[in-house]
Ligand binder design. Structure first.
Ligand SMILES: NC(=O)C1=CN([C@@H]2O[C@H](COP(=O)(O)OP(=O)(O)OC[C@H]3O[C@@H](n4cnc5c(N)ncnc54)[C@H](O)[C@@H]3O)[C@@H](O)[C@H]2O)C=CC1
Ligand SMILES: CC(C)CC(=O)C(=O)O
Ligand SMILES: [Mg+2]
Length: 343
């Protein structure tokens, strides 16, 4: 496997090191190329993602990313110039985010909720597309617009992908999350597309939630969701809520997929660079390791993926049984690697 590795900023390199430790524990043919991208490179060279690096990345089977973003770099420089550029250039239109409460993991929610859904977030359009502008900057009359781009092509392909995922899951349910009561133009496109594609999947039950109510139900009644399909911004927000109710952001995995295989897909934890805990060796690498399981599955290495997934589940159960025992990033990574190696 030819794997490109972008540690990035803050806790990114710390959690990626553990992700690689676990990957190597289950697969001995990993050829990695590390790319020094992020805040340090930007400060020293002004570069975020040079075209030459992008071209090299295209030659890999997959990318493992930590996180980008640094308090000393203007907001957006790395998030847009590096992270979103990667997602857009490599056509990562399916941003897949499982939201699953593992056995033993304590949810802040009352009772003993069953939470097992997958959010299919559109990854290349919406308000993140970069359209818009600023007029009369710095004046009291300043106007800033951030336009949401939604194409029939872009919406349809992610909606169809979500239906296919719903078809493979036992509950056969799909929920569109949007805000079509006020975002009537984009919302109508999403709603119509879901209705039309649904005709190809008669066995899937389809419903709809506005994004505000969906945020509430993620907390009050998450069991109602199975596959959720939504746009780039709503998907970003609701998956942090999903992480919070399933044990925390340190456990939430994601894949930025180009399901066509034309470009390498990229796997990363849902969380960011967490500058508040960077360098302390306390970041939970589990989200990155669970993202490695997704990476293996995406590359057709189902057995290896299942071993990593099982290591995550077993490690979480063991940690739940000893809640007072605090562990470092490295200790968690070593534990996960030894469990995964044991199979
Ligand atoms: N995919 C990416 O590269 C992302 C980058 N960012 C960037 O990251 C920087 C920080 O963003 P925030 O809004 O603070 O979000 P964040 O996800 O980095 O951190 C939010 C909170 O969660 C905690 N946290 C995050 N990951 C953790 C882990 N693995 N273990 C334990 N605790 C963890 C942090 O310590 C912090 O208190 C910003 O520059 C932001 O733009 C944010 C989200 C995603
Ligand atoms: C910087 C953002 C675009 C990344 C993010 O928050 C996410 O993808 O969850
Ligand atoms: Mg986010």
């Amino acid at each position: 496997m030819k794997l490109a590795v972008i540690g990035g900023d803050g806790i990114g390199p710390e959690v990626v090191a553990e992700g690689l430790r676990v990957l190597r524990a289950v697969h001995d043919k990993v050829e990695t190329t590390e790319y020094d991208l992020g805040a340090r490179r930007w400060r020293e060279t002004g570069e975020t993602l040079p075209d030459s690096v992008l071209d090299e990345l295209r030659g890999h089977d997959a990318i493992l990313l930590g996180a980008v973003g640094d308090p000393g770099v203007p907001s957006g420089v790395l998030e847009r110039g590096l992270l979103l550029r990667l997602r857009f250039e490599l056509d990562h239109h399916v941003n897949l985010r499982p939201v699953k409460l593992y056995p033993g993991v304590t949810s802040p929610l009352a009772g003993d909720p069953t939470i097992d859904m997958v959010v299919v977030r559109e990854g290349t359009e919406g308000p993140y597309a970069g359209a818009g502008g600023v007029l009369r900057k710095g004046t009291p009359q300043e106007i800033a617009t951030e336009e949401s781009i939604n194409t029939r092509f872009g919406v349809e392909r992610v909606v169809r992908d979500a239906f296919r995922r719903a078809q493979r899951r036992p509950r056969h349910k799909l929920t569109l999350v949007h805000k079509n009561n006020v975002l009537t133009k984009a919302g109508d496109l999403w709603s119509r597309t879901v209705t039309e594609v649904a005709a190809e999947f008669p066995e899937i039950s389809v419903d709809y939630q506005h994004a505000d109510a969906a945020s509430m139900f993620f907390i009050t009644d998450p069991g109602r969701f199975d596959v959720v399909v939504t746009d780039n911004l709503f998907g970003d927000i609701i998956t942090d809520i999903g992480a919070a109710v399933t044990g925390g952001i340190g456990l939430a995995a994601s894949g930025n997929l180009d399901p066509s295989g034309a470009h390498p897909s990229m796997f990363e934890p849902v969380h960011g660079s967490a500058p508040d805990i960077a360098g302390k060796g306390v970041a939970d690498p589990t989200a990155t390791v669970a993202s490695v399981a997704m990476l293996l599955d995406h590359l057709g290495l189902a057995t290896e993926s299942a071993r990593v997934e099982k290591a995550v589940a077993d490690s979480l159960a063991a940690r739940a049984a000893a809640p007072a025992h605090r562990t470092s990033t490295r200790e968690v990574g070593e534990d996960l690697a030894s469990r995964a190696a044991a199979g």
